[in-house]
Design a protein around this ligand. Structure first.
Ligand code: ATP
Ligand code: MG
Length: 159
């Protein structure tokens, strides 16, 4: 299905913004132009839902969750960044492994199965994109993913 990614992304963020119970605020930086991407909207919704629920789950009261969409040469890069407790450097890449949970005790208290990001990785790969994390303990975590995107140069004709 072809959708404008910004409209699609904003409607998911809206849903979380209206329903969240925590004192966490949202900041969005999304380009104004339409960014048409061909995605499975159900699957991408599941991916983004999990990333946002993780960000909320680990955010402190008063924390800010930042949403960003950047247009690169042949893809868009989406990031969702929180000010939560972060992930130890040795574990950052393992959060995409099935059943991996960075802190067993904490994770048990938080609920969940440890599958969310493993599924996200499969789905982003199936869309031709990449997903990765950047995290600093005590400062926060950012999850990035890319999706293929072709910039169209409207009004120019090749002769
Ligand atoms: P599920 O998504 O299946 O309900 P889950 O949230 O524990 O369970 P994942 O979404 O795959 O599983 O995340 C794996 C682990 O990565 C989490 O248990 C947590 O330890 C760590 N993690 C993920 N996102 C964050 C984040 N934003 N801040 C801190 N730790 C995180
Ligand atoms: Mg999760």
């Amino acid at each position: 299905e072809w959708v404008d990614f910004n409209t699609f992304f904003n409607s998911i963020i809206d849903r979380f913004e209206f329903s969240k119970s925590q004192e966490v605020s949202f900041r969005r930086i999304v380009p104004p132009e339409d960014l048409f991407v061909e995605i499975d909207t159900d699957k991408m919704t599941q991916v983004i839902d999990n990333i946002i629920s993780n960000a909320l789950k680990y955010s402190p009261d008063g924390g800010i969750v930042r949403f960003n969409v950047a247009v690169l040469e042949d893809s868009i890069r989406v990031s969702i960044a929180d000010e939560g407790l972060g992930i130890p450097a040795a574990n950052v890449n393992r959060i995409f492994d099935r059943f991996f949970r960075a802190d067993k005790a904490r994770s048990r208290a938080m609920g969940g199965t440890g599958l969310g990001l493993a599924i996200a990785k499969e789905m982003i790969s199936a869309h031709g994109g990449k997903i990765w994390a950047h995290s600093v303990e005590g400062e926060g975590t950012s999850i990035f993913f890319t999706l293929p995107y072709e910039q169209h140069d409207d009004g120019e004709w090749d002769v």
